[in-house]
Write a protein that binds this ligand. Structure first.
Ligand code: SAM
Length: 262
């Protein structure tokens, strides 16, 4: 059987590694979690600032190497061999910062898992495929705006920090990367009665990107109203496309459709 690829494109540009650490704004008193430390290019720099570092790495061989390299000089460095997409982050003292050059194949999965534990996290400084970061930071009307943009911006403050060319990695991937930060919001960006319903509508609205809302939102057709021959929902013209709706528009729809007894 072919070995499962682990997205092992290691950062080899030391100037960029240093920039990432600076942008992550790590202080000596911070508890830091690093996901996918790999060969330790960021780990080493993180340990020169803070002693409290927990690293989660899936590759057993890399775990052993990191252990023997760092554990002696940094006794509070802890390496956990495991899958960061399945890890229970509530086992770590709350208030930590996350730093990671995420493996491409699982990046969105791991990010969503971290957002799930967002109330315990101070900040995340993450590197991902540029095209995905374009979606995370996109605003309504932008062609990259998608259900993922709404999901992430509902939960977090998103800031793009740095562009990283593929030449900074070995082996060199086909794609470029971007560094960005996520700061979990103390409460969601918009107030909705039923978050599950809100995301059901958001996902449906973007399901066929080129289709009008009246087609994508057919499941709620009985709630459509008519204004001069044009279908509407919560006052929103359904001949529009999902990509033109703001987060408040989606929230208005979800709250309009919310009925506690259903
Ligand atoms: N931080 C290193 C760097 O910047 O050079 C390595 C980054 S490399 C893109 C991704 C790392 O994540 C690899 O070391 C890989 O083994 C590890 N990895 C892959 N899948 C993982 C998972 N599900 N959980 C934890 N680590 C994972």
């Amino acid at each position: 059987m072919r070995k499962r690829p682990l997205g092992q494109n290691f950062l080899v540009d030391s100037e960029i590694a240093q920039n990432i650490i600076t942008l992550a704004d790590i202080q000596p008193e911070d508890d830091v979690v690093e996901i996918g430390p790999g060969k330790g290019v960021l780990t080493q720099r993180l340990l020169s600032i803070t002693k409290s570092l927990t690293a989660i790495e899936l590759d057993p061989k890399l775990c052993r190497e990191l252990e023997s390299r760092f554990q002696k000089s940094s006794p509070s460095f802890k390496i956990i061999e495991g899958d960061a997409a399945k890890f229970d982050y509530s086992s770590i003292k709350p208030g930590f910062k996350v730093v990671s050059n995420l493996p491409y194949y699982a990046a969105t999965h791991i990010m969503k898992k971290l957002i799930h534990f967002g109330s315990r996290i101070q900040s995340m400084t993450l590197m991902m495929q540029k095209e995905v970061v374009d979606r995370l930071t996109a605003e309504p009307g932008n062609k990259e705006y998608s259900s993922l943009s709404v999901y992430v911006q509902y939960h977090c403050e998103v800031e793009r920090l740095l562009e990283i060319p593929n030449t900074a990695f070995s082996p060199r991937p086909k794609i470029d990367s971007s560094l960005f930060s996520l700061r979990p919001l103390p409460k969601p960006r918009v107030q909705v009665q039923d978050p599950q319903l809100f995301f059901k509508i958001v996902n449906a609205a973007f399901y066929h990107k080129r289709k009008m809302l009246k087609n994508n939102l057919k499941s709620w057709e009985r709630n459509f109203t008519d204004k001069q021959g044009k279908a509407q929902l919560a006052g929103i013209d359904l001949s529009r496309r999902g990509e033109t709706l703001s987060m408040s528009d989606f929230a208005n729809m979800a709250n309009y459709l919310y009925s506690p007894n259903e």
